[in-house]
Design a protein around this ligand. Structure first.
Ligand code: ZN
Ligand code: ZN
Length: 271
């Protein structure tokens, strides 16, 4: 049986979650404004126009889906919490994309549209995160997670140091387009295959739980940014959410991803 207090809290959560719909309604109005703007511009070919309009719609519908998942999570099914976060983060990536697309038009009106959509989404974002913080089970925030999980002799996982979510996988196997067995790296921004004969060196560092060496190995063989989920200053692993990863776009094209860890260390994690 729920105590009166708990029932009251539950009522309040449900009330607040319903209120988020007002923010989403505002976002819908801004969405309509931007679509109207894009449709009225002659400077853009129709294919690009359609793509950019679908980005604006995508931002809105991802936010709506995030709300539906949050609503289910608030009724006690916490597996929907992660799904809600995923939709909201997709929406934030699309926001960055939309802003880069709007900047294509060198008009004053564009600055207003950008401010409107940024403010409107920011309201949604903070309202969602208020509920995420309340609904996230407490044990998660105080638990200490392993640095490296050895799954087998040929597979290692690196969990997020904040929530324990699996953030990096290194294993011998087949990447998406591999014809031969490779050393497959899957991080928070991308997956790539390296030559299989590099595995023994990497696994040696993983066995020692030496993340700094794993990072510098990745800098040598994977990419300049090294291990995307790793903050060198903290010497810790963070998932997409806890690295506060943000995608940047240039005229609608992917540019790079920045991360900022909970301690405020920022760096480019994918280019
Ligand atoms: Zn995390
Ligand atoms: Zn850090």
């Amino acid at each position: 049986m729920l105590s009166d207090d708990k029932l009251r809290n539950k009522d309040k959560i449900i009330e607040r979650i319903w209120k988020i719909r007002d923010y989403i309604q505002e976002l819908e109005n801004v969405k309509e404004g931007i679509i109207h703007f894009l449709l009225s511009r002659k400077k853009l070919d129709n294919v690009t126009k359609d793509l950019w309009i679908s980005d604006v719609k995508g931002l809105y519908y991802n936010t709506v889906s995030a709300w539906e998942m949050l609503n289910s999570a608030s009724k006690g099914n916490l597996k929907f919490l992660d799904k809600s976060k995923n939709f909201l983060h997709n929406a934030r990536s699309l926001l960055a994309k939309i802003i880069s697309e709007l900047k294509f038009f060198k008009e004053e009106l564009v600055l207003n549209l950008i401010t409107e959509i940024e403010n409107s989404f920011e309201k949604c974002w903070s309202a969602f995160y208020n509920e995420f913080d309340i609904l996230t089970p407490e044990k998660k925030s105080t638990k200490h997670f392993e640095r490296v999980i050895k799954v087998s002799d040929s597979e290692y996982h690196l969990p997020c140091s904040v929530c324990g979510k699996n953030s990096v996988e290194c294993k011998i196997g087949y990447g998406r387009f591999d014809e031969h067995e490779s050393l497959v790296y899957s991080g928070i921004t991308h997956s790539r295959s390296l030559k299989k004969n590099l595995a023994s060196e990497l696994f040696k560092y993983l066995k020692k739980e030496n993340l700094a060496e794993v990072h510098s190995f990745m800098k040598d063989y994977l990419c300049y940014e090294g291990m995307d989920a790793y903050c060198p200053e903290c010497d810790k692993i963070y998932c997409w959410e806890h690295y506060n990863a943000r995608v940047e776009y240039d005229d609608g094209f992917y540019d790079c991803t920045y991360g900022e860890c909970p301690a405020g260390h920022g760096r480019m994690i994918d280019d």
